[in-house]
Design a protein around this ligand. Structure first.
Ligand code: BGC
Length: 753
């Protein structure tokens, strides 16, 4: 087990502004993977003018595939002059090949371009939104989804994806929770590493590898009030315990790129955050990758109020270690004079240029600039939307569906149901299959739930379809029709939730309720007494407590990707037994936010029967659905976990925790067995439990398996008052179960030195 100490001394943070103003930034040349790489980059750098160097750092927004040659004309001249190092959002094998040819054949130094693109959850074959994929708790499957995305994206000429998004967030008002892995830094770290490995593959020089970008560095998910781009004011401890771990995991998995976040932390915008970028990422972690700004992030140093003009913004960004200027075009346009006048040390500029050249070298672009594009588009066609990719997307979607409720075993439905009512605004909503950030996705590729149901049932079943209401409308006139449809049916499936543009960037909400009158619709339909199943399509936790006890079955489907309609039908009819778990807590209402399982106990732990404890008057202090919750069509019994050693010596911190899990139901099923740890008494207060492991087991009816976890230093450690990682002596409790709120426990002791 390795451990690290990614600590930033307080003094560094405090001295930040002074450091920036004094201009004492020290440039750090990157560590070279090989001497051949260093020699190549040295030689190239020696030939470059200041303008060419700044050009390598410039990343203008690209052009869509529909833009004709005329619209590209200005851009083409910029390429010829060496003013563009990379593109944002340009894709297509033919187009990227054409632009690459200009760079390689018509610019003075022939340096190839990098094509960057937001490949977030699949490319043309759209997979479930990242929060949905994360609900699978299945790193191998998530890695494979990223691999498929990389295969397709690279065939479209893309070299570099702006994913994975590894921001932890405990505020579902923030629309971007849909893009991440949820609330937990352990799950977030495991999946960050899986996604990096998937995108980058085994060999960066392979034509189907794309550079992965861990984003947004850092604490973007801490935006105050869940309002995107807002400030984050968090403690150094929270930064290290919660927000940094997935970045560290991505770096350890070999992530070649990191994107700076739009937010500030305690007064310092991340695009000017030299202590976190240069000192933590590069010096302490030894990361030598490419740091890219977010969209106009460098320019935004002006409205943040730390730069008076474009030149100052550029100087702050470059000095902080932001290598690539996405969209602002400040580096290329406003910094030449500053460099020539010595306001930016040449070594500083060179360090950033080297990192861009390294990335190109590592991808093999100097050997084969056309490695992933083709003049005839043949490779692109052959590798796009293949039957295998669609099958992979369907399997990922099946694994992302969380069964929240299943009273009276209403699910699975029988395929011999004679009349099925299909109700709700999302039943046949093509865009909702794609979700947000499906840049290359096409609605025409998507299978809607209605289509999935039809395909599964064939002509045997009569479907009665009623929309009932729109997603976000106060119009109740369709409810009567929906009720009438339900009355004719033997069973009802309702598709409710959010529009995909209600989550992701800048799409924040102050209510977590079902939008519009959808709850009213659901309750009216439930009142018919028919077996009703609600399938939710949404990008964040929803406060759907009003449905509990009224609607017998609820399936959380997120935005499930182009195969979502089939995957939902697979689960509704029991061809697939659901196994996903919530990667983020569902609150009773928005007033409970932030609410998360790894909370502190406080000096007055909540107790319902005692007034002066930490709770609410109007709702329980507990969540509606806890982190890790998710039902199956079968049931699992957990025995009490067993630890391998009652006492651990402080210099031999390896503990095995074993638990026997039995399938006590009548169907085969997968269970995600979760392991949580608590340091019972420590010098710093600790969360009541923290996820430290999970494993998926497949069990036949009646079958039992023993699942074993190994805990080491990292799993037991915490930061002490001096921010040193330590394992303190004393007792630890381990909790094992199928949800964070339903666990069995055991304790052990770590002895004193
Ligand atoms: C988003 C990033 C994205 C970038 C490029 C920004 O607005 O914050 O996540 O990668 O745009 O599209």
């Amino acid at each position: 087990m390795k451990h690290h100490n990614p600590r930033i001394p307080h003094a560094l943070l405090a001295g930040l502004v002074a450091t920036l103003l004094a201009g004492t930034a020290t440039a750090r040349p990157p560590v070279y993977a090989t001497t051949a790489e260093k020699a190549f980059v040295d030689a190239l750098l020696a030939k470059m003018t200041v303008d060419e160097k700044l050009g390598q750092l410039n990343q203008p927004p690209g052009v869509g595939n529909n833009t004709g040659p005329a619209a590209m004309a200005g851009s083409e001249d910029q390429i010829r002059r060496g003013e563009i190092g990379s593109y944002l959002g340009t894709q297509g094998a033919v187009l990227t090949c054409r632009l690459q040819r200009i760079a390689v054949e018509q610019s003075r130094l022939g340096i190839p371009l990098l094509f960057g693109y937001d490949v977030i959850h699949g490319h043309r074959t759209v997979f479930p939104v990242p929060l949905g994929e994360s609900a699978s708790f299945d790193p191998a499957e998530v890695q494979h989804a990223a691999r498929v995305a990389a295969i397709e994206a690279s065939a479209h000429g893309i070299h570099w994806t702006y994913a994975p998004m590894v921001d932890i967030s405990r505020d579902p008002r923030w629309g971007r929770v849909v893009e991440g892995a949820g609330e937990d830094p352990y799950l977030g770290s495991v999946l960050a590493a899986a996604r990096v490995r998937g995108f980058q593959g085994e060999d960066l020089r392979a034509p189907d590898a794309v550079l992965a970008t861990a984003k947004h560095f850092v604490a973007y998910g801490a935006a105050e009030a869940g309002r995107d781009y807002n400030v984050a004011d968090i403690s150094e401890r929270t930064l290290h315990e919660l927000y940094l771990p997935p970045f560290k995991a991505a770096v350890d998995a070999g992530a070649q790129s990191i994107m700076a976040a739009f937010n500030e932390i305690a007064g310092v915008p991340m695009h000017a955050h030299q202590p976190l970028i240069e000192d933590l990422l590069r010096k302490q972690w030894g990361w030598d990758g490419l740091l890219v700004s977010d969209y106009t992030g460098v320019m935004e140093l002006m409205p943040h109020g730390v730069a008076a003009d474009r030149e100052q913004a550029g100087i702050l960004g470059l000095r902080a270690g932001v290598d690539v200027d996405m969209v602002s075009q400040i580096y290329v346009k406003d910094l030449p004079a500053a460099v020539k006048a010595g306001r930016i040390p040449m070594a500083q500029l060179d360090a950033s240029v080297r990192r861009v050249l390294n990335a190109k070298y590592r991808l093999g672009l100097f050997d084969d600039p056309y490695r992933s594009c083709t003049d005839d588009g043949a490779r692109e066609r052959a590798l796009t939307l293949t039957p295998q990719h669609r099958a992979d997307a369907r399997r990922m979607a099946q694994k992302s569906l969380v069964l929240l409720e299943n009273d009276d075993q209403v699910l699975p439905l029988s395929k011999s149901v004679r009349t099925l009512a299909v109700i709700g605004p999302l039943a046949d909503h093509r865009r909702a299959m794609l979700g947000n950030w499906a840049m290359a996705g096409r609605e025409e590729d998507a299978v809607t739930p209605l289509e999935g149901l039809k395909a599964a049932l064939g002509d045997r079943t009569r479907l009665v379809v009623a929309k009932g209401t729109d997603i976000d409308s106060q119009d109740t006139r369709g409810i009567a029709d929906a009720v009438a449809a339900a009355k004719q049916a033997d069973a009802v499936v309702m598709f409710l939730g959010e529009h995909p543009d209600m989550s992701a960037e800048a799409n924040n909400r102050t209510s977590l309720d079902l939008p519009g009158v959808q709850e009213q619709l659901a309750l009216a339909v439930a009142d018919t007494g028919k077996p009703v199943v609600v399938v939710l399509l949404n990008g964040r936790p929803l406060s759907i407590g009003g449905l509990k006890g009224k609607v017998p079955a609820i399936l959380e489907a997120w935005f499930p990707g182009i195969e979502g309609g089939h995957a939902i039908a697979d689960v509704l009819f029991g061809d697939v037994n659901p196994s996903a778990k919530l990667p983020i807590t569902f609150p009773h209402n928005v007033g409970q936010v932030p609410i998360y399982y790894a909370h502190k106990n406080t000096g007055r732990p909540p107790r319902t029967e005692e007034k002066y404890t930490s709770k609410y008057l109007d709702v329980p202090w507990t969540p509606l659905y806890a982190f890790g919750h998710g039902l199956s069509y079968t049931t699992f019994r957990y025995d009490v976990p067993v630890v391998s050693s009652a006492t651990l010596k402080p210099d031999a911190l390896e503990q095995q925790v074993s638990v026997r899990v039995t399938n006590t139901g009548k169907r085969a099923g997968d269970e995600v067995v979760q392991l949580y740890v608590r340091d019972d008494v420590a010098s710093i207060t600790r969360p009541v439990k923290q996820l430290r492991g999970f494993q998926r087991v497949s069990l036949q009816p009646g079958e039992a398996k023993t699942v074993t976890f190994t805990l080491g230093f990292d799993d037991l450690a915490m930061y002490d008052a001096r921010m040193q990682q330590v394992v303190e002596p004393g007792t630890f409790t381990v909790f094992v179960g199928g949800s964070s709120d339903r666990t069995q426990q055991a304790t052990f002791t770590v002895g004193a030195r």
